[in-house]
Design a protein. Structure first.
Length: 249
């Protein structure tokens, strides 16, 4: 009877590993060595392979950061050129700044909406904390460029907050979903329904001074059942079997 070289427990001749400590026996090591050096045999992952994988992951992560930085730089240069050209065209045509101020605020708003998520992709709440107050502020600036406040309080602020709230809720529910698929489209449909109802509510209060929901209810009647069907397909049907198996395609 042989003994384990590590814990001295009795092992059988056919045991490749010790039944107590799990360490390989001498015969087990010999068999493994012969199997590894046999023609056509493949080696087990080594620390070198792990190091190579880690290096590849670091390289990919660095490439993504470089690509993101380059994208932000290109977008910034493009918007900067558009802003300069707009201001110069306004000065050349009217010898003063007028309509270019509105275009400049719009360009700045687009830059924030596009570049801030790229720069702070890993920090979604920081993105909302920056864009949340920035967009309404820029909308307010657009209204006061003519020297008085006209449409901001009635239309600009409520619609901006409504859009931000819809986008935030949609992104939140999509983010906390463990298994993403058809449920993403369902959440987008529900967010669209909520946004349309809110838009008509704001417009009715400012134009008719009363609530009279018409087209937004039709949108909701279309989107909500579709969202329910997508949720059902995602969490009930697709979880059990694919559509190909379900309908025997």
């Amino acid at each position: 009877m042989r003994h384990c070289a590590f814990c001295a427990v009795n092992v059988r001749e056919t045991d490749e590993r010790c039944p107590l400590c799990g360490k390989p026996t001498i015969e087990g090591e010999l068999q493994r060595s012969e199997a590894l050096h046999a023609p056509g045999a493949t080696d087990y992952p080594s620390s070198k392979n792990k190091l190579e994988k880690q290096t590849e992951q670091e390289t990919e992560s660095r490439d993504v950061r470089v690509s993101k930085k380059l994208a932000v730089e290109l977008i910034s240069v493009f918007f900067g050129i558009a802003l300069v050209v707009t201001i110069l065209a306004n000065l050349f045509a009217e010898h003063r700044l007028s309509w270019s101020l509105y275009a400049g605020v719009g360009i700045l708003m687009l830059w924030l909406i596009i570049c801030i998520p790229l720069i702070l992709k890993k920090y979604p709440w920081v993105i909302f904390a920056i864009l949340g107050p920035s967009i309404p502020l820029l909308i307010f600036v657009l209204d006061v460029l003519d020297g008085r406040i006209t449409w901001f309080l009635g239309y600009g602020l409520p619609i901006t907050l409504l859009v931000e709230f819809s986008v935030t809720l949609g992104a939140l529910f999509i983010g906390i979903s463990r298994r993403k698929g058809l449920n993403v489209f369902a959440i987008l449909l529900l967010a669209t329904s909520f946004l349309c109802l809110g838009l008509e509510f704001v417009i009715d209060l400012n134009v008719q001074h009363r609530l009279s929901l018409d087209w937004s209810v039709i949108v909701a009647f279309v989107c909500v059942p579709m969202a329910g069907l997508l949720f059902y397909l995602h969490y009930r049907i697709m979880k059990k079997a694919s559509l190909r198996k379900l309908f025997r395609i």
